[in-house]
Design a protein around this ligand. Structure first.
Ligand SMILES: Nc1ncnc2c1ncn2[C@@H]1O[C@H](COP(=O)(O)OP(=O)(O)OP(=O)(O)O)[C@@H](O)[C@H]1O
Ligand SMILES: C=C(C)CCOP(=O)(O)O
Length: 259
């Protein structure tokens, strides 16, 4: 199973509340139409300028009830925009409500992955998303990467691809620093160093920004022994190549921890 994340930095304009990037939606549809229909693929969309802004503003000020209501309203909204756009472009996709298939229980998360499996069996692309899910005593904010981890424990992954608005992981923020260099590979020889260079994960957004994403990519690769590719969603040709298993020569960052 291929797990594809359309990140919020790609789908939305992250610093502008509730703003969608239509060029990204169009790229995403082209990517999905470019891969064989029979390729088993789970799509997930990030929170971008919808959920992250809500969660960051409410997290330390409000209780679980208002936060769950507002967060789920924001995530549902973006997910609906994405799925409805894909359907209008001829992609057979459907929304799978993350908070209905994942809940936090006393012994860890309880996951009903069957809607994802059944959707794939029928040739429909299931679309999950980063979400505020119910737990026994409140809520938990799960990134799309965390949702993928829980699903991948039940549906074996072959590859993870994270689409962003930048071409991969750089030596410094490519939007802010002068000479960013693309890190083409992260493996056990440089993982710790790269993570350190990305700094504090708490500042960027509600799930840790690029630092949280690279940490998740390292954990996913180590746990499932598969590559994780971080790349630009605007590079549609390379994304199609990568999704069909051809990672060589794709511009991006490949995380591969082969322990
Ligand atoms: N060293 C870096 N390398 C790459 N991107 C970086 C770096 N430092 C900061 N960034 C920023 O991180 C962003 C990508 O991370 P972000 O967590 O926003 O991605 P996303 O998964 O697309 O978003 P979301 O969590 O909303 O789904 C880029 O837009 C980039 O500007
Ligand atoms: C902020 C929420 C609800 C999760 C967003 O998921 P992510 O954008 O994949 O990190």
């Amino acid at each position: 199973m291929v797990y594809l994340k359309a990140g919020g930095s790609f789908l939305t304009i992250k610093e502008k509340p509730f703003s969608l990037n239509f060029r990204a939606l169009s790229s995403l549809a082209r990517i999905l139409k470019g891969v064989p229909a029979e390729l088993p693929l789970v799509l997930g969309n990030g929170g971008g300028s919808f959920a992250h802004i809500v969660v960051k503003a409410m997290r330390d000020k409000y209780g679980a009830r208002p936060l769950l209501v507002r967060c789920q309203s924001a995530t549902r909204w973006l997910n609906k925009l994405v799925v409805d756009y894909l359907v209008s472009e001829g992609v057979d996709a459907t929304s799978i409500q993350t908070s209905a298939i994942i809940t936090g229980g006393p012994g860890g998360f309880v996951v009903n992955h069957l809607p994802v499996v059944m959707s794939i069996k029928r040739g429909i692309r299931p679309v999950v998303y980063g979400e505020c899910v119910f737990t026994e005593d409140g809520y938990s904010v799960l990134s799309t990467e965390a949702v993928f981890t829980l699903l991948a424990e039940r549906i074996r992954p072959s590859l993870f691809v994270f689409l962003m608005d930048v071409e991969g992981v750089y030596t410094c923020d490519p939007k802010k620093c002068e000479k960013p260099e693309l890190v083409s590979r992260i493996d056990s020889s440089n993982a710790t160093r790269v993570l350190k260079s990305l700094g504090d994960r708490s500042a960027a957004d509600a799930t840790g920004g690029i630092s949280g994403k690279v940490r998740s990519a390292i954990e996913l690769s180590a746990k499932f022994r598969v590559p994780v590719l971080l790349m630009s969603g605007f590079n549609t040709d390379d994304a199609v190549k990568a999704l069909t298993g051809h990672l060589e020569d794709v511009r991006g960052t490949v995380v591969y921890i082969e322990r």
